[in-house]
Design a protein around this ligand. Structure first.
Ligand code: G3P
Length: 496
């Protein structure tokens, strides 16, 4: 159970502690932040409201710890990460329980998130040992006018302190996807979890504590964004920010100083369906892509662009599958569970009402109880409707009927987002041309968008992000290149 057994030390009465300098602590603020269970809409957990002084202390320890960590052998860093991964997987049940209570993630998906996170940490350890274990050797005489008198050793060095800010929808997985690359690359890590998802994250951090990482190398600060958000992101001790979330990322990017940024800020992933597509496959992927975790995924299918000639048939197939989705609490593993907050539910409802006023066809009756919104397919959506462009982050999916491939590509590219997209057709040549034309970081051919497997590169164009993630890219992003040039008195015989 959460907060018991090995996790008992992270809880003080009914308030979870924060993690600083290798210890679980109470904030001197004496204040707490309540975490509302999306299903019951009552306070489920409480976490510390940390102060700016506590942020300063964490940054100081992180800076100190990083110095010796950078000199710790790669195999030792990897060994500790493997240990943390095993502990994480061993304690998947209490962590998953937190995910169910804090973010209403269906029970089975919650377990999957923790196991996937353990696998990600292990894979990162192995990949780090491989790619950080070798650099480049250059000689000078390949460039005109030079003798072979210079040896250039190109190596990688850590950035320093990495600030990780994951979102509510994967508070464990999208935290470790930042923590593990940062650590294997020799950085220290300060985690600011989302408020909803904070307790899952604190449990996950405790697994790293139990693995025995040095004091101060990992910290986890909880609190109100209004008090410590800007303070953290603008802190002079931060050498890199890895953020996943919404518009806040744009604000962070505008204010951040001369530090590398890794940003993933959502998407409006389009699903383009051609006339020759296997419509059963498309329908199955629209359900999986559009309604998994009630549509609260950056990579969810967020607009279907289907050729008019096959639209009726596809809509009927999707409707039949929507009717089979179970709706209810996450504890009993329903497909559709309450969305994360009341304000999120209100936002989704606003998009639905706008579509209703402007004449969209409702394939199901719109139904909402508290934060629970029944799955809804909206047919005949037109570009003048908000839902054609905005991200609902909920179980509501618009269908736009198109008369040409160009029309589909045009809609996809007119979006300010550019995370992923997908195209369904049996013609691989057409699929590749469409993939080339879609201005998104990834295009999936004959499958719904998805970030994983976690070693694949993952990036967004336009407002969807900065940089590329995925295990290898994140490790590389969290290092800097350093070169050492050995100057020889006479030309050498050795080539590169
Ligand atoms: O930020 C990415 C996340 O929202 C989607 O990840 O694994 O569900 O494709 P995934």
């Amino acid at each position: 159970m959460a907060g018991t057994g090995v996790f008992a030390e992270i809880l003080d009465g009914e308030v979870y502690k924060y993690y600083s300098d290798g210890e679980w602590k109470k904030s001197s603020s004496g204040k707490t932040v309540a975490i509302i269970n999306p299903t019951t809409r009552k306070t489920q957990y409480k976490v510390q409201a940390c102060t700016q002084e506590e942020v300063n202390k964490v940054m100081e320890s992180a800076k100190m710890a990083q110095k010796s960590w950078a000199k710790t052998p790669l195999w030792k860093r990897a060994e500790l990460l493997h240990k943390a991964a095993a502990i994480l997987k061993e304690h998947k049940a209490p962590i998953a329980e937190c995910l169910v209570k804090e973010i209403a993630k269906p029970a089975k998906d919650a377990i999957t998130e923790v196991v996937r996170s353990g696998d990600l940490v292990s894979y990162t350890a192995e990949e780090g040992v491989r790619i950080l274990g070798e650099g480049k050797f250059l000689v000078s005489d390949s460039f005109p006018g030079n003798e072979r008198t210079k040896y250039c050793l190109t190596s990688k060095i850590p950035l320093g302190v990495v600030l990780a800010i994951p979102p509510f929808n994967y508070p464990v997985n999208l935290a470790v996807s930042k923590i593990a690359p940062a650590l294997i690359a020799g950085n220290s890590l300060v985690l600011k979890p989302p408020t909803q998802g904070a307790v899952s994250a604190l449990h996950m951090v405790h697994c790293f504590h139990l693995a025995g990482f040095p004091k101060g190398l990992i910290s986890c600060i909880t609190g109100k964004g209004s008090e410590i958000g800007d303070f953290l992101t603008l802190h002079p001790g931060v050498n890199c920010i890895s953020f996943t979330g919404g518009d806040t990322g744009i604000a962070i990017s505008k204010k951040a100083g001369m530090i590398p940024l890794q940003m993933e800020l959502g998407g409006k992933d389009a699903c383009i369906v051609l006339e020759d597509a296997d419509l059963d496959l498309v329908a199955a992927n629209i359900i999986k892509g559009g309604f998994s975790y009630s549509g609260q995924r950056c990579t969810a299918v967020k607009v279907v662009l289907v050729m008019e000639s096959v639209a009726d048939e596809l809509v009927e197939k999707v409707k039949a599958k929507v009717a089979k989705l179970t709706v209810g609490p996450p504890e009993i593993d329903c497909d559709i569970t309450p969305v994360v907050s009341e304000s999120s539910a209100n936002f989704i409802e606003g998009l639905v009402m706008d579509a209703r006023e402007k004449g969209a066809t409702f394939c199901q009756e719109y139904k909402r109880e508290g934060n629970l919104i029944w799955p809804l397919l909206l047919d005949n959506v037109r570009p003048d409707m908000r839902i054609a462009w905005e991200e609902p982050f909920g179980p509501v999916l618009p269908v736009i009927r198109i008369n040409s491939i160009e029309e589909g590509i045009h809609h996809c590219n007119a979006s300010n987002f550019g995370l992923q997209g997908c195209v369904f057709t049996k013609d691989i040549n057409k699929a590749v041309l469409i993939s080339d034309a879609m201005e998104t970081g990834t295009v999936q051919i004959n499958s719904a968008p998805a970030r994983g497997p976690d070693h694949f590169p993952f990036q967004g164009l336009k407002d969807s992000g900065i940089g590329s993630q995925g295990i290898t890219n994140s490790i590389n992003m969290m290092t800097k290149i350093k070169t050492t040039v050995i100057n020889l008195p006479t030309p050498s015989y050795t080539m590169g």
